[in-house]
Write a protein of this length. Structure first.
Length: 178
């Protein structure tokens, strides 16, 4: 069925419905209406006025719908701006978090470097202890004590301080014995 046939079928259906409505309201079809019983010109004007009112109502509804859509669109644009701003804030936070993490990693590396330096210094002190005490066994015992303390969770700087004090004691004893 082409478009012309569809339009004609729709119009024909509308005419049939309108005729059925008129038959129900007036009790007879339009063809059987006596011409003198009705003011056909006035009825046409009334129907056209009704049609104009229907058309105006439809236009008002369309305008109201356009206004609602414009308001909804504006609200969506505002929400979009809010979301864009929030995304920008989150991206900044993410960048800041990455920088903070990099700074913390750098700080931890520095701490590890300082600890390695302290361990190297302690190893040097132990070598000195071996030279002073003449006993590798004592130095190995000191290393084992250091390792146990670290494994037990004692903070490394406390272990280093204890070793320093021990080395001072040993040095004093050696000095006194000489």
């Amino acid at each position: 069925m082409n478009i012309k046939e569809k339009i004609l079928n729709n119009i024909s259906d509308l005419i049939d419905k309108q005729n059925a409505k008129g038959l129900k309201k007036y009790g007879h079809p339009l063809e059987d209406c006596p011409a003198r019983d009705y003011d056909w010109q006035n009825m046409i004007i009334e129907e056209l006025i009704d049609a104009l009112q229907y058309q105006q109502k439809q236009m008002q509804e369309s305008e109201d719908e356009k206004l609602e859509l414009a308001v909804a669109n504006e609200n969506l644009l505002k929400e979009n701006r809010v979301y864009k701003n929030r995304i920008g804030e989150l991206e900044k936070l993410q960048t800041d978090s990455k920088l903070n993490l990099l700074n913390r990693i750098h700080s931890e590396r520095n701490k590890n470097d300082r600890l390695r330096q302290k361990v190297n210094n302690i190893e040097k002190e132990i070598v000195n202890l071996i030279a002073i005490t003449g006993s590798e066994t004592t130095s190995v015992q000191l290393l084992q004590s250091l390792n146990k303390a670290l494994l037990a969770g004692v903070e490394p700087h406390r272990v280093f301080n204890a070793l320093y004090v021990l080395s001072e004691i040993v040095l004093r004893r050696v000095t006194l014995n000489e």
